[in-house]
Design a protein around this ligand. Sequence first.
Ligand SMILES: Cc1ncc(COP(=O)(O)O)c(C=O)c1O
Ligand SMILES: C[C@@H](O)[C@H](N)C(=O)O
Length: 387
Amino acid sequence: MTEFELPPKYTTAANDLRSDTFTTPTPEMMQAALEASIGDAVYGEDVDTVRLEQTVARMAAKEAGLFCVSGTLSNQIAIRTHLTQPPYSILCDYRAHVYTHEAAGLAILSQAMVVPVIPSNGDYLTLEDIRSHYVPDDGDIHGAPTRLISLENTLHGIVYPLEELVRIKAWCMENGLKLHCDGARIWNAAAQSGVPLKQYGEIFDSISICLSKSMGAPIGSVLVGNLKFVKKATHFRKQQGGGIRQSGMMARMALVNINNDWKSQLLYSHSLAHELAQFCKAKGIPLESPADTNFVFINLKSARMDPDVLVKKGLKYNVKLMGGRVSFHYQITRDTLEKVKLAISEAFDYAKEHPFDSNGPTKIYRSESTEVDVDGNAIHEIKTYKY
Ligand SMILES: Cc1ncc(COP(=O)(O)O)c(C=O)c1O
Ligand SMILES: C[C@@H](O)[C@H](N)C(=O)O
């Protein structure tokens, strides 16, 4: 039997640009966990979990909140809760996480057909995009009527224009459709746009508000909505094995940054991303989308850059990348920003001599680690998927 090898100890997120999910708990969070309540949250008896749910719900101007162990669980039970009588479909952006990265949960848990739409402006769905792709409930027995629109704010770091959300909401109400927000980065949208969370809460029937990305908590999201919705979502959370017991420690850790100056933390990460976007533009390195918040999406395809070369250039400068998406968060240092500029610049120059043409679908995430051993060699063979 082979000796089980522990992966190398993850020591810091200061150089980790693979995702804002790599943010690490702070000493203040660890201390808060030691002082947490220890009730059974399934019975609603954990004070700090209830406090977290009520705090986030109040910030989003919603009646109730539900602590979920992941954004995926939060999204999937939200959408399932809104849907009652199949056949039905949900409409979302073709890049939406609920469609591309939640393991067909919409098909399996919700038995939903998905209508993925490419935004005509390239960045975000407009009401016109939605109206030209939704399936009306007009008695035609061939179709799966659209019951829910699921939007993401931000999506790929793009801040949804408030006026467009207002237009879409008004149309949804006129047509009896529900509106869900995958708010994995709603904090980034709020910080950058100045729109308070409660204004988003007044627009969406439900929002999955992640705590474990730019907000730096180790685990979790809070799903917010009206009381009846959250009560039913609690049922689906239990069904999906998401009822967790003494979650007070996680709740207290999440409350730390919520009670800190999170806007400044997020705006700092956005400023790093904006600086990198400017750097890329100055060097003629194409971007896929506007760097509104904490992501810079390098258009590897049009730059003919090999993602594996980019990842390895990153390792050369001891920064962790996983492909064309460069993710900033509040624990990234300015030193890391300077190093990632060098890595991207060298990968771009390399591509001029060695153009790379991806021959498969583009993906932006990979699942292998880019840990290196003591000699700086990548422990896992870099297998960036196609992008
Ligand atoms: C836009 C978006 N929504 C939802 C999720 C799912 O969150 P989690 O990884 O906590 O399941 C992610 C990834 O973390 C995401 O990027
Ligand atoms: C991988 C994906 O699920 C994650 N949400 C990220 O953005 O990194």
